[in-house]
Design a protein around this ligand. Structure first.
Ligand code: FE2
Length: 208
C-alpha cells in the first residue's frame, strides 16, 4: 500500500439543507390557500424581492388562523431538528435556544419571480409550498433556485464536478430549510394557476 493512501481527507464548510413533506400538509393547504388568497385580495403587496407577485406583511401568519399556527409550529420543529443536527456534526448538543420567527406568504402568477437574495440578520431561512401553481401533474413546477454561497468553489475548483446552482422542485406540503446566507431566488412562474408559498426566517437570540 502506498503511504499517501493514509492521508486524512475531509470536506470542510458544508452547507446544511433539510427537506420534509409534512403529513398534514394537504389538509393545511386547503385552509392556507383560501386564507392567503383572501388576504391578498384585500391587502396591498409589500415590495421586496418579488418582481410582480404578491408578498404579505411579515409576522406569524396571523391571517391564516389555526392552519397558520400549525405551520408555524412545524417551522419551529424543523428549526430545532436542523440545529440539533448541525451541532451533532460538531459532536455537541445545543443548550436551550431562543428563536425569533418571521413568516410571510408569496403569491406568484405567470411571469412573476423573486430576485436572487439572502436574508441577513437571520440564522435559518425556509419555504413551505401551499400550491405549486400548475394543474399539469407532469409539470416540474417553478423551482426554488439555491446558489452556492462560495461561488469560487464551483467556478474555479473542478467546475465539471458540481454546479453552483441547485433547483428544488416545489411540492404541496414540502418544507425546505437552509442557512440564511445561502443566495436563493424563484424563477419566473410558468404554471396555469398562482404559485403559493410561505417563506420564513428564524433568528437565534442573541444573534448570532
Ligand atoms: Fe428569500
Amino acid at each position: 500500500m502506498r503511504e499517501i493512501e493514509n492521508v486524512t481527507f475531509a470536506n470542510l464548510f458544508a452547507t446544511p439543507l433539510l427537506a420534509h413533506v409534512w403529513a398534514e400538509g394537504a389538509a393545511l393547504n386547503e385552509q392556507l390557500k383560501d386564507r392567503i388568497l383572501e388576504h391578498a385580495r384585500k391587502s396591498p403587496s409589500k415590495d421586496l424581492t418579488n418582481v410582480g407577485g404578491w408578498h404579505s406583511e411579515t409576522g406569524r401568519l396571523e391571517f391564516c388562523g389555526q392552519a397558520g399556527e400549525r405551520l408555524v409550529a412545524h417551522m419551529r420543529e424543523m428549526t430545532e431538528e436542523a440545529t440539533l443536527r448541525v451541532y451533532a456534526g460538531f459532536g455537541k448538543s445545543p443548550e436551550r435556544l431562543n428563536w425569533t420567527l418571521h413568516a410571510w406568504a408569496n403569491v406568484n402568477a405567470a411571469g412573476d419571480f423573486n430576485k436572487m437574495h439572502t436574508h441577513p440578520g437571520a440564522t435559518w431561512s425556509g419555504v413551505y409550498y401551499v400550491d405549486t401553481g400548475s394543474s399539469d401533474r407532469a409539470d416540474e413546477g417553478t423551482p426554488l433556485h439555491l446558489s452556492d454561497p462560495n461561488p469560487s468553489r464551483t467556478s474555479i475548483f473542478f467546475p465539471e464536478l458540481s454546479s453552483s446552482n441547485v433547483l428544488i422542485k416545489p411540492e404541496p406540503g414540502l418544507m425546505i430549510l437552509f442557512p440564511s446566507y445561502v443566495p436563493h431566488g424563484v424563477l419566473p412562474h410558468r404554471g396555469d394557476r398562482e404559485r403559493i408559498s410561505i417563506a420564513f426566517n428564524v433568528r437565534k437570540e442573541p444573534f448570532p
